[in-house]
Design a protein around this ligand. Structure first.
Ligand SMILES: NC(=O)c1ccc[n+]([C@@H]2O[C@H](COP(=O)([O-])OP(=O)(O)OC[C@H]3O[C@@H](n4cnc5c(N)ncnc54)[C@H](OP(=O)(O)O)[C@@H]3O)[C@@H](O)[C@H]2O)c1
Length: 274
């Protein structure tokens, strides 16, 4: 896909792999909508992009630990842009971000589930009409190889909490949503895929977790760019990629009943119409 004249939203692009992806897309000619919470970090990136003569990126500040934050971001994008060619749902927190204990979002949902999955679910739905109107267009959900099946009796993990499990169930939820949404979007010209970008990239999330990085941001970023703009994946939808290759996710992703339950729960929690 030629990025010249395309509009791309990258959530969580003030840092880490999202920052790399946003800068690359801007250098390829895209109008990049940068998102994060931190205005100072965003300014460094927008200055860098402008300084290199790569267009006029626009920063949107929104905290995705509240559904109101996700709604506010979608409303701003819808109000200011006539098209959206690619939506990269990348913002996330790790298994040990600000400690590995259980915390809740502004809406009372388990925090990793809320930030990593539920806000992206809501954003994708709110942006869907614009993505459909801009077809051919793409959604890329940045998930992970770290996946844990959801226990539908305790999705908010009120018992026996572990940050690792919470992170992994939020990442599997993103993949389940990807498969489900791809079915809904069949024939629309909007594709949706998920991926594990790379293992333990050198990012804030990994360093904060006390983990020694084993991949570069460039490796993971190039895998995201492949799904966002690669011609060879233009017709692919509903797939999970490990880096550049189509791969298998946790078996729960292919369980239609589980996906239906997750969809019903997500619609209920976000207040979207069924
Ligand atoms: N690093 C890895 O090895 C790895 C492996 C597999 C998958 N992933 C996935 O890749 C994605 C990016 O991770 P990363 O490693 O690049 O992490 P990172 O360097 O920690 O960056 C995370 C980004 O998400 C944003 N963010 C975090 N919490 C937010 C919130 N409540 N509201 C709005 N924005 C928020 C941050 O914005 P602020 O500037 O506001 O903090 C930042 O821009 C994540 O979805 C992660 O699960 C990473």
């Amino acid at each position: 896909m030629k990025m010249d004249g395309k509009t791309v939203l990258v959530t969580g692009s003030t840092d880490g792999v999202g920052r790399y992806v946003a800068a690359k897309l801007a250098s390829a000619g895209a109008k990049v909508l940068i998102h994060g919470r931190d205005r100072a970090r965003a300014k460094t990136l927008t200055d860098e992009i402008r300084g290199q003569g790569h267009g006029e990126p626009i920063f949107y500040q929104a905290d995705l630990s509240s559904l109101a934050g996700a709604r506010q971001l979608a409303e701003a994008v819808l109000a200011e842009h006539k098209r959206l060619d690619v939506f990269i749902s990348n913002a996330g927190i790790g298994s040990r971000t600000q400690g590995s204990e259980r915390r809740t979002s502004a809406d009372g949902h388990e925090l990793r589930f809320a930030v990593n999955y539920l806000s992206g679910f809501l954003l994708a739905h709110l942006l869907l009409a614009l993505l459909r109107a801009s077809a051919p267009s793409r959604i890329v959900n940045v998930a992970s190889l770290g996946q844990h099946p959801l226990d539908f009796d305790d999705v908010m993990l009120t018992k026996g909490y572990s940050g690792t499990r919470a992170y992994a169930q939020s990442k599997l939820a993103q993949i389940m949503f990807t498969i489900d949404l791809a079915r809904e979007l069949e024939g629309s010209g909007v594709t949706v895929n998920a991926l594990h970008p790379a293992t333990y990239m050198n990012t804030t999330m990994v360093r904060e977790g006390g983990i020694t990085p084993i991949s570069t941001v460039e490796q993971g970023g190039d895998a995201i760019l492949h799904l966002a703009a690669g011609d060879d994946v233009a017709a692919n939808s509903g797939l999970f990629f490990n880096g550049m290759q189509p791969s298998q996710a946790n078996p729960q992703a292919y369980d239609e009943t589980a996906r239906k339950r997750l969809r019903a729960l997500s619609l209920e929690l976000t207040g979207l119409p069924a």
